[in-house]
Structure formats: C-alpha cells, structure tokens
Design a protein around this ligand. Structure first.
Ligand SMILES: Nc1ncnc2c1ncn2[C@@H]1O[C@H](COP(=O)(O)OP(=O)(O)O)[C@@H](O)[C@H]1O
Ligand SMILES: [Mg+2]
Length: 534
C-alpha cells in the first residue's frame, strides 16, 4: 500500500470517528476521607485495586484504579480500534490463547501505522494496546475484575448502579464501576453473550451462558424483565479447580470425612449436596466426583458447564435453551431430556449439576436401576430437601428416597481466625438416609471448635459396604484410616493441584498396598500420570 493511500485510509477513519460514542467515564476515584485498607495489583502497571473503608459507616468498597486514556490517546485509540478490527485476520488454526494472539497481531499493526497516526510516547501506546485488548478480546470494562482471583462473583443490577463484587475477604462489596447509559451497558452485555456464542435480544431477554474460561453468565436484557435496565451476574470459574486437598486445607472437609467419602464412592454410593446460593455445592460435588474410580464411565448433566473431572471416560452434557418464540419450547434440550438420554449410554455414575424439576425423578430411577448418582440441590437442610423431592414437580415416591445414600449440607459461615472475621465454607452435617425420614448423622461440625466429629457406629453405609465386599466393619475403619494417611501425606507434601491429586488417587486405586507402604516409609511416590483430559 502506498503511503498516500494509507494516509487516505486513516483520514477516512478519522472522518468516521465523529460518530463514535462519548467515551465511558472512568471509574470513580477513592472517596475523600476513606481509609485504604489494602492495595494490590491486578495487571501491572495498568490496573490496581484499593479496598477502602468509610470512616463513617465502616463499609468497605472496591476501588478499581485503572490507567485511563487522555483525550489525545482516546482519539488514537478509536482510530486504531477500527484499523485492528479491519486488519486482524482470523487465525487459520484454532488458537489456544486469543489474548496472546491479539497482542502479537496488534503490535504488528500498530508498528505499521504508528507514524501515520501522529507521534505518541511509548507509554501511551502501551496504554492504548491495553485498552484495545481489554475491549476487543477481554471482558470490556469488567476485565480487571475478572483478573482478580479474590473475586468470586460480579453483579450489575442495572444502569447507573454500582457494580457489586463478592470478594473472598470482604464478601459482597460495592465497586466504583458503573455503567452510565443503557446503550453502554447493553452493548457490553451483548458482547459478553456473543463471547459465549449465544443470542440475546428483546425477544429472548433471559440468557444463561458459559463465557470463555467457563465463567457462568446470567443475563436479563434491557427493560423487558428488569425495570432498572440490563442486569447481569458472572460466577467466576477457577482455572485451577479446588481439589479435595484444597478443601481439606480450607477446613471444608476433614481428612477423615474425605476418606469416608472416598470409600463410599468406590462402592457406588449416591451422594447429594445441599446448600444455599454460592454455598459451595458445585465445588463440593466436583471435588467429591474426583474421588470416583478412574476407569468409571461418568456422565455429567448441567445447565451451564461448571464441572471439571480428571476422568478419561467422562461425557459432559449441557442443556440447551429454546429457539422458539413465546415460550414454545421448540428446540430446547432440558435437563430432563438429557438425564433420560444418558441412561442409554450406560454410565457407571450419573452426575446432575443441580436438580430442580422433573430430572430428579429420572435421576432416582437411575439410582433404582443400580447406577451411581450424584447431584446438588438448593435447600437449607435435609428435611426441606426431602419435602421438595417428594412433591411436584420432582414427585419421587417416599420409598425411593433412601436410594440417595448420603446427603451433605454445606454452608457459608463466619469464623474469627487470627483476629479477623472471614467467611468460610463448612460441611455442617453428613447424613446417611437409612430409610424415609430415618437419617443417621455420621459427621457433625462443631462451630465453637471448628472441627468435625464422626459417628461411624451409626453408619448404615459402612455396614452395607462391609457386607458387599466381605470385610468386617473394623477392616473398613482401618481402610478409612489408611486413606486418611494418604490424604494427610499429600497435604504434607503440598500435592494439591487437582491433576496431581487425581494421579495419586488413581495410583491408590491401582496399587493401594504398594503406595501405602511407600507413604509409611516416607518414600517418594512417583505418581504414574494417568491419561487425563486436557
Ligand atoms: N469450600 C470452599 N472454600 C472456599 N471457597 C469456595 C468453597 N467452595 C466454593 N467456593 C467458592 O464459592 C463460589 C461459589 O461456589 P459454587 O460451588 O459455585 O456454589 P453453589 O454451587 O453452591 O452456588 C465459587 O467462587 C467458589 O470458588
Ligand atoms: Mg452451583
């Protein structure tokens, strides 16, 4: 391309720029008089966060401090954004890291045009590229929040309202980010929905989708159902899923409890996790499922993909929303459909992310025909869960309830540790269902001591297993102890990533005597890497 043509092209971009929307206002600065409690980087040197506390109310606030573009930089940014959109060719092969691909391509294009766009210092170019990456391949203005590992949830309740974040340490706190116009908020949400390869419009205002990186996105679009304007919530997915060792270290499980679940799962016990919103049900379900024998055929069924298993023989099924108008349900594939279908694939274990309706009925049918099953359910305690299970739409016969062998209740609790009050997740109770309305509590959490006490003498599950495998209950208790030692050994060695933990568990399934002897002798165990999903 000649320089003349290049100039003409850039000039024409400049002319077009007049239509570009007013830039969004920067996040608000730290309110006067507030105390900075903590400060940490999110993406050096572009984005930092300060947690501030109001001296009057004692409330915490999440203040995002992001390098902003000055008017001159903003002008260049608008132009370069269009050039990038026009010139970056779609990659020939599938790319693993879109951000890296973008950064490399963008740099080449910027090098080509930077002289014709007018002189700017390098610092400005870094800022411009940061903003371009954030807006084109990242998650837009909420991108810095997505980079903060302390944030679990991000929620926006409408236009001109502060975005709230759920912070590991400070819980639900207000941030200084807000969307100033319907247009800005709607565009951002449409972009997010497109990133999840879904569609949202006034005709289909409710969307549940899975963003790249498996973050769960729930949207109510425009003022169709939400009078304050578009609302969205993102439940962030941990790239490195919690392993059972992590949850023991966090105090959610005890070593003994994990060993008990391990033996029960080996013997096809069915398990249900109960709890409120964000109590940690799905996480507990996922970590428990990792204890299932490696060769088992597992089918997981969910509305949005959240589960992540190390098993080779794992099929993940995800429900699909309808494409039809006016609630016709055409083309929808529901959890109920998927659970029914899954039975034809002969799973050893069927895992339903969360049961809400009729699919529970089919899950219990599966349990009745000898399949293993696991699920979560939104319920405060076992009594209310059983009540819901036996009423419409789930409609499970009371005689079928004991097919669910073990039910654990998980809760978010507040504990004071090292003089600091923080939220933790604790398994409040583990109950075995001996019969309808006959529950045996085998583990109970003591809030004052923050510890668990087992009551294995009450366990009907261990009795059933001992009959099944022809071992005495004492032998089973000794096996629980051995597995506890294995888990303890992993904690001591800091073997915690879910893949490493899965490798040791697989090794124990294959050669329990050998690995246990090594552990007792304090020798290193070379975990034979089982072939696992990427
Ligand atoms: N035991 C735990 N300890 C600390 N954080 C946890 C624990 N379990 C879950 N979380 C975090 O809590 C959030 C909600 O967890 P999730 O399992 O999706 O909840 P639920 O399924 O009950 O809605 C996630 O961000 C997750 O990382
Ligand atoms: Mg969940």
């Amino acid at each position: 391309m000649t320089t003349l043509r290049l100039r003409e092209r850039i000039r024409s971009k400049f002319r077009k720029r007049k239509q570009v929307a007013v830039p969004p206002p920067p996040p608000r600065p730290i309110p006067k008089g507030s105390k900075i409690v903590e400060r940490y980087p999110l993406y050096e040197p572009f984005a930092h966060v300060a947690i501030v506390q109001s001296p009057k109310t004692g409330e915490y606030k999440y203040v995002l401090d992001e390098l902003q573009l000055d008017p001159l930089e903003r002008g260049v940014y608008d132009r370069i954004l269009e050039i990038l959109l026009a010139e970056i060719e779609s990659p020939k092969e599938e790319i693993l890291d879109p951000r890296k691909f973008f950064a490399e391509e963008a740099k080449k294009i910027v090098d080509k045009y930077r002289i014709s766009l007018g002189w700017l210092p390098d610092v400005s170019w870094y800022k411009i590229l940061y903003h371009a990456e954030r807006d084109l391949v990242g998650f837009g203005r909420i991108d810095p929040f997505m980079r903060d590992p302390n944030i679990e949830d991000i929620s926006c309740d409408g236009v001109n309202k502060p975005v709230y974040v759920w912070h590991r340490k400070y819980e639900s706190i207000e941030s200084n980010l807000e969307f100033g116009s319907d247009e800005e908020l709607d565009n951002m949400v449409v972009k997010l929905v497109h990133m999840a390869r879904k569609h949202v419009s006034s005709a289909f205002p409710i969307v549940d989708a899975s963003l790249p990186g498996k973050h769960r996105l729930a949207v109510c679009y425009r003022r169709e159902v939400t009078p304050f304007g578009t609302a969205f919530t993102i439940r962030k997915f941990r790239e490195d899923p919690y392993s059972i060792i992590d949850l023991i270290n966090l105090g959610t499980f005890s070593e003994e409890m994990a060993a008990y679940f391990w033996i029960c799962l080996e013997n096809r016990a069915s398990i249900m996790v109960l709890g409120g919103t964000a109590a940690g049900k799905t996480t507990a379900l996922n970590t428990l499922a990792c204890l299932i024998k490696p060769g088992s055929k597992i089918i997981t069924i969910e509305e949005t993909a959240e589960l992540n298993l190390p098993h080779e023989n794992w099929v993940s099924l995800i429900a699909r929303q309808s494409y039809g108008l006016g609630g016709s349900g055409i083309g929808a594939v529901t959890l109920f459909d998927l659970v029914k279908t899954s039975m034809r694939h002969r799973p050893d274990v069927l895992i339903v992310g969360e049961v809400r309706g009729q699919e529970a009925y089919v899950l219990f049918q599966a349990l009745a025909t000898g399949h293993g099953g696991m699920c979560t359910m939104h319920a405060e305690n076992l009594d209310s869960a059983v009540k819901r299970l036996t009423q419409k739409p789930m409609d499970i016969a009371p005689a079928y309830i004991p097919l669910m062998n073990i039910v654990l209740s998980i809760q978010r609790v507040h504990l004071i540790k090292d003089n600091e009050k923080k939220a933790y997740r604790r398994i409040i109770t583990v109950n075995e269902i001996a019969d309808y309305e006959d529950y045996k509590c085998v583990f109970k959490w003591h809030p004052t001591k923050d510890s668990y006490s087992p009551a294995f003498d009450k366990s009907v599950m261990l009795s059933a297993i001992s009959e099944r495998v022809g071992a005495s209950k004492e032998e089973l208790l000794a096996e629980i102890k051995r597995r506890r030692d294995v888990l303890h050994w992993m904690r001591e060695r800091d073997i915690r990533s879910y893949r490493d933990v899965a490798a040791i568990i697989a090794e124990y399934y294959a050669r329990s005597e050998k690995i246990y002897e090594k552990i007792l002798a304090g020798e290193e165990v070379e975990a034979i890497a089982i072939s696992r999903n990427p």
